[in-house]
Design a protein around this ligand. Structure first.
Ligand SMILES: [Zn+2]
Length: 429
């Protein structure tokens, strides 16, 4: 059985490689699509997006753009095209991503495609993983050994002393990873500096760590949190917080974090005044609604509890959206083994977000938050040739963003739905 599965993996990979390799050397144009250049501008019907040397050379009505001979033309009729998507909360800690230098390129190509690029992601922000792994994988992608998205990572997370979350202890022990706990501000500052100087793109703090009974949720001390945040800011990098409850939220806000990586259903309803506070402190929000729903269902929680808890997370998201707070799409994929994005889009729409707000969370908002708004997040001349071809118009269905026909990064086709996608290997592979 394993050999058959591996055979299918290899075949799918070969097809993908055949599709991807010529694209490396070729310029590309999608012609005849409805193009959504950005959430804050009107879509263009029957449009062309032309990518040259990895960047967008032109976007506009088909009649206004003459695509030169020799450019690979993709028939976009009946499709919608947006900028490449960001998933601002993933973890590359599934078995296929551990020790990436030891793994065949094809296995990594398959794992990235099955989990992420088939859903339109051209950038992933890994919000904690095992030391060095994501930087090593990124290096292989940048050397063109592996086909994948832009990777950003916070590398190893920061836990309070005696605060390693209950759900990561097994992974930490099995992989013999050094402790992520920090006991003093000086320790936090030193490790943050070391990680950032080694190439991390931010720091991630468990300001409220779920440690299990009897403590429940253990808050991080403000002094320790502030030390790590200040070090990140001194390096021009963002700080992320996993808040869990109101105490964890307060530590996060007091220490100056930039991004809350989850909703905090335990913290109850968010008032317009609380949203104003998040905005005035320039804090972005990643809802990860699928996480709450799937965890509760896994624990066989009664339907009324699922509704109340997920409803509370949706209320917080809706309040942020109405108040004009910054929302970043993120699913916690990799912690939950759910890569299909449809549920997240439906839950976001259920919280009251429209197609523009969801598109912003996938494109312009993360590009702005992470310092790439001049190069990514929009389909505009000079921007990176990162785009997604959708089979469904985003104005017609809330989960249209999951109907991905093709994902293009820097002009290279990194996913084509016509090539078979092998299912993600099971967790014990
Ligand atoms: Zn996570």
């Amino acid at each position: 059985m394993a050999n058959v599965v591996q055979g299918i993996h290899a075949l799918a990979g070969a097809v993908l490689l055949a599709l991807a390799s010529p694209a490396l050397a070729q310029d590309l144009a999608v012609v005849g699509a409805r193009v959504y250049p950005a959430p804050d501008v009107a879509p263009i019907n029957d449009a062309t997006v032309w990518i040259r040397d990895g960047r967008i050379a032109a976007v506009g009505p088909r009649g206004s753009i003459k695509v030169p001979d020799g450019v690979r033309v993709i028939d976009g009729r009946g499709t919608s095209v947006t900028a490449g998507f960001w998933n601002s909360h993933v973890h590359l800690t599934s078995p296929p991503f551990l020790d990436p230098d030891e793994r065949p390129a094809q296995a990594l190509n398959d794992a990235l495609r099955e989990r992420f690029t088939r859903w339109g992601f051209t950038t992933l922000f890994d919000i904690s993983s095992l030391p060095g792994d994501v930087r090593a994988l990124r290096a292989r992608i940048e050397r063109d050994e592996v086909v994948g998205p832009q990777l950003l990572t916070v590398d190893m997370p920061f836990f309070p002393e005696h605060g390693t979350p209950i759900y990561v202890r097994e992974l930490w022990q099995r992989t013999k990873t050094p402790s992520g706990e920090v006991a003093t501000a000086e320790q936090a500052r030193a490790r943050a500096a070391a990680q950032l100087e080694a190439g991390a793109d931010g720091v991630k703090l468990f300001t409220g760590a779920i440690v299990g009974p009897p403590q429940g949720v253990l808050p991080m001390s403000r002094e320790i949190a502030r030390a790590a945040v200040d070090e990140a800011h001194a390096h021009g990098k963002p700080a992320f917080a996993h808040p869990t409850d109101q105490a964890g939220l307060e530590v996060a806000l007091d220490s100056g974090v930039d991004v809350l990586v989850h909703a905090a259903p335990d913290a109850g309803e968010w008032s317009p005044a609380f949203v104003e506070r998040l905005k005035s402190e320039d804090v972005a929000f990643v809802p990860t609604l699928t996480l709450f729903e799937s965890e509760l269902r896994r624990e066989n929680a009664p339907e009324s509890v699922v509704k109340r808890f997920v409803g509370s997370a949706q209320q917080q998201l809706g309040a942020m959206a109405r108040g004009g707070g910054q929302i970043l799409f993120g699913t916690d994929a990799g912690y939950i083994e759910i890569y299909d994005t449809r549920a997240e889009y439906r839950l976001m729409a259920g919280a009251g977000l429209d197609w523009r707000q969801i598109l912003a969370s996938l494109t312009t908002a993360p590009a702005q938050r992470f310092g790439q708004s001049k190069v990514r997040g929009r389909l505009e001349e000079g921007y990176a040739g990162d785009l997604v071809v959708l089979g469904t118009d985003p104005q017609r269905a809330s989960d249209a963003y999951a109907d991905v026909r093709m994902t293009v990064r820097g002009g290279e086709v990194i996913h084509d739905a016509r090539a078979p996608v092998a299912p993600p290997a099971s967790a014990d592979d």
